[in-house]
Design a protein around this ligand. Structure first.
Ligand code: CP
Ligand code: NVA
Length: 304
């Protein structure tokens, strides 16, 4: 332990605009190395602990595969099977785990859980989704936009649907990447006034999806009922009925607008099957980029 301040990635606010650009550029480089078979084991014998208190497909597979490709190892730690699930304090878990592993990734409910873990951790902590933020997904989304359209600076992005963890991370990204974010959510489901205010130079709150999408370069949505909101599913389906992203809504966006979704997607709910299954849909590339972007993030955090 070298006494240097440990860098964490709990939200996008933990990195500067310059650091974000270099992580994205590095992600694109690491992706090319995978494709041409020149990946190097840059993280030989490094170990990542992956704490999951919620389900996951992409996040688990991308972090585990990423660590393997870098010559390291990843441990899947479900709260169901660790002492966390039996009430061992998060602070104690942080102190113990961070004496063994080199980096930790956490997917949990309350954002304070990951903040408390980070406070007691000797090693970098990555937010792999909390109720409030999903910054790793933004790295993949930004990489995908950059690959397909170039810089996000000055672009306009429409967020349609729930003012959830993804929406909050888009608010942070708007500042870092300097794009305009137009948010359309049903009343009562928007981001908090505090978050809107923090990003106010670049955020517009719209009263309907069409206004938000008008002329947009990127349209983004997500499930109407996030993990932990299973009981509200029906109520939410009624409240969000007019917020589906489909071809009609996309027709108001720029003619080369991209549609993104962090997945898993629910066809016929927040997105039409037609739009999600379009042959040129970027959502699969967006999902793949979780792998490349997170490898760049891990390398960045471990070489600070
Ligand atoms: N987008 C995303 O984080 O997917 P998973 O829940 O499958 O990890
Ligand atoms: N907003 C969703 C994202 C899933 C990857 C959730 O929190 O469940």
């Amino acid at each position: 332990h070298n006494g240097k301040k440990t860098r964490h990635f709990l939200t996008l606010n933990d990195i500067s605009a310059e650091e974000l650009s270099s992580i994205i550029a590095r992600a694109i480089e690491l992706k090319a190395e995978v494709y041409n078979g020149t990946s190097k084991p840059l993280l030989d014998r490094k170990v990542m602990g992956m704490i999951f208190e919620k389900s996951s497909t992409r996040t688990r597979v991308s972090f585990e595969t990423g660590m393997a490709q870098l010559g390291g190892h990843a441990l899947f730690l479900s709260s169901r099977d660790t002492q966390l699930g039996r009430g061992e304090p998060i602070e104690d878990s942080a102190r113990v785990l961070s004496r063994m592993v080199d980096i930790v990734m956490i997917r949990t409910f309350g954002h304070d859980t990951i903040e408390r873990f980070a406070e007691y951790s000797r090693v970098p902590v990555i937010n792999a989704l909390t109720d409030d933020y999903h910054p790793c997904q933004l790295l993949a989304d930004i990489q995908t936009f950059v690959e397909l359209r170039g810089s996000m600076q000055g672009k306009s992005v429409a967020w349609v649907g729930d003012g959830n963890n993804m929406c909050n991370s888009y608010i942070n990204a708007a500042r870092l990447c300097d794009f305009e974010l137009r948010i359309a959510t049903p009343e009562g489901f928007g981001p908090t006034a505090e978050r809107i205010n923090a990003g106010k130079e670049r955020i517009k709150i719209c009263t309907n999806p069409t206004d938000a999408v008008k002329g947009a370069d990127l349209v983004v949505t997500d499930t109407w009922a996030s993990m932990g909101q299973e009981d509200e599913k029906q109520l939410r389906e009624r409240a969000f009925a007019d917020y589906q992203v489909n071809a009609e809504l996309m027709s108001h966006a720029a003619s080369d607008a991209l549609f993104m979704h962090c997945l898993p997607a629910y066809r016929g709910k927040e997105v039409s099957a037609e739009l999600l299954d379009a042959p040129d849909s970027p959502v699969w590339q967006e999902a793949e980029n979780r792998l490349h972007a997170q490898k760049a993030l891990i390398e960045f955090l471990l070489t600070q």
